[in-house]
Design a protein. Sequence first.
Length: 123
Amino acid sequence: MSPRMELAAITLDCPDPQALAAFYQQATGFEPHPKSDADFAGLTRADGLFIGFQRVADYRPPSWPDQVVPQQLHLCFKVTEGLDEAEARLLALGAGKPDHQAPGETWRVLTDPAGHPFCIVTR
């Protein structure tokens, strides 16, 4: 059997780790990590998945869809409510909605407060 890897953590660069952690904590319900500080904040899901946010000097947010500043990765979140309801909730928390949206009825592209694109999906 070949070695198996299990995803344990995802870390995003950003200008303000505490603010970005607060956005994702409100959006996902993950619990704040007790050792978060001004330069690195984290959230943990009940099964142990960790999302980290690290301060980067001169941070430049990714641009989408033009890739002038590449996004390098994006997150996809399955939502339990309808897309319109999830989008409205996330926009109220501080997400942005790019003008460009690819066609499709099962997903939307939003950006977090630091500019990282992420998708919400219903399937």
